[in-house]
Design a protein around this ligand. Structure first.
Ligand SMILES: Cc1ncc(COP(=O)(O)O)c(C=O)c1O
Length: 413
């Protein structure tokens, strides 16, 4: 059966790609074509990594690294294509749609991998928005790096706030559509699902509606950094085989608990992924990162990840229940599809949401109580807002106790 391509009829990839990127002759190395043999092509050091040599006794740290196999071959440049990691990432996201005849499976051609999704954010802007000319659209409150990367690249940001009056701060897809109809210089839309700091999922119909915009030519980027804390099957990554104007970003930093290795992923049509791969530094993913990513994506790694997600979801339910019992805690502003909660702090027990009180609580917790959370009270729709990451059982007990104690002190002073 043929699967319908539902991309907007207005989508023209060449027209939105920066001209210098379209003309780019990507860097090629001998290793693109030949990977084995006596490797004297890349000016590496054939004598081995300097963290150990056979003539020097190994320290205990290095010895355990050597026996773990982690540092074998570190004198060689890493694989520029990362096919093995990409295949496992495809398998992971293909699994929920297995057997659905209207979904084409993802393949490594659909992928670009970056140094965290923060690198993906930047690469996408560098490919599809010309400095000083094109714009991108974001929907605050949202992840701060979109506008920071835009500013670094001299790309103007147009904002369409989420619905700040509605529960869970949902996307106003109609307002986004209108903004795109008005301004053809917007080349990118960055949406976060589940949102940071809202923890709310964006409904797939709204995303599909924007992707099928009848006149706008551009790319919609859905940042799914927290998607594995949402119900299984929530990811729209499989939709990149239906919509050529969709990029879905994910990361190993959150549910996988691998923030230290810096591995971000972009799923896209092969044509879009090719452009992103042309632009990246040739060896952007280190051997250490890919070795550990392969372990994280192996059956045992995935089973550990799912166990940790269960524990986090359990602790999230605990915080959802326990936080409101503390005098001075108001409503949860966003949803609960992530590993954090966005909660309002009141000016007094049973009072109204107050950003100064939230800021005072935040500062006191960090400076005197050894608990660091995130103040979000200045973000649109987040008056009195604190974003709290779900920790371990023990950490959450400390958090609950310290918040209770500190709020009581603040109200009595
Ligand atoms: C929504 C969102 N996207 C991306 C990132 C960055 O992810 P990475 O660690 O992959 O760069 C974060 C980090 O907090 C985030 O909240």
């Amino acid at each position: 059966m043929t699967v319908a391509n539902l991309t907007s009829p207005a989508f023209d990839l060449k027209a939105i790609t920066r001209p210098n990127i379209l003309q780019l002759e990507p860097y090629r190395c001998a290793r693109d074509d030949y990977k084995t043999g006596v490797l004297l092509d890349a000016n590496e050091n054939a004598y081995g990594p300097s963290v150990y040599t056979s003539s020097v006794a190994l320290s205990r740290d290095v010895s355990s690294l050597v026996s773990s196999g982690l540092i074998a071959g570190l004198n060689r440049y890493p694989d520029p294509h990362q096919e093995n990691v990409k295949q496992l990432l495809c398998n992971l996201r293909n699994a929920p749609s297995k057997g659905k005849s209207d979904i084409i499976p993802l393949t490594p051609d659909n992928l670009y991998v970056g140094v965290g999704s923060d690198e993906c954010v930047d690469t996408i802007i560098r490919c599809f928005a010309a400095p000083g000319r094109d714009k991108m659209l974001t929907c605050p409150p949202t992840y701060g790096m979109y506008s920071v990367s835009a500013q670094i690249n001299d790309v103007e940001v147009v904002t369409v706030n989420l619905d700040l009056e509605a529960k869970g701060l949902p996307l106003r897809a109609d307002k986004v559509m209108e903004a795109l109809s008005r301004d053809a210089s917007i080349h990118l839309v960055y949406l976060c699902s589940p949102g940071n700091p809202t923890a709310s999922l964006i409904d797939t119909e709204s995303i599909e509606k924007i992707l099928a915009h009848p006149t706008w030519n551009g790319i919609v980027v859905i940042d799914e950094a927290y998607i594995d804390f949402s119900p299984v099957g929530s990811s729209v990554a499989p939709l990149v085989t239906k919509f050529d104007n969709l990029i879905v970003m994910q990361t190993l930093s959150k549910a996988f608990g691998m923030a230290g290795i810096r591995l971000g992923v972009s799923y896209a049509s092969p044509a879009v992924a090719r452009i992103l791969n042309n632009v990246k530094a040739p060896y952007n993913i280190s051997s250490l990162t890919s070795t550990l990513a392969l372990k994280a994506l192996s059956p045992s790694g995935l089973s550990n990840m799912y166990k940790n997600i269960d524990a986090i979801v359990h602790q999230r339910a605990r915080l959802l229940e326990e936080l409101p019992k503390i005098p001075g805690i108001g409503n949860f502003i966003g949803g609960n599809a992530s590993n954090f909660l966005l909660v309002q702090i009141l000016d007094k027990p049973n009072g109204v949401p107050s950003s100064p009180t939230a800021l005072r609580l935040y500062e006191t917790l960090a400076e005197s109580k050894g608990v660091v959370i995130r103040y979000r009270g200045k973000e649109p729709g987040c008056v009195g807002g604190l974003r709290i990451t779900v920790g371990t059982e023990e950490e959450n007990s400390i958090l609950l106790e310290k918040i209770k104690e500190t709020l009581a002190d603040i109200y009595s002073s």
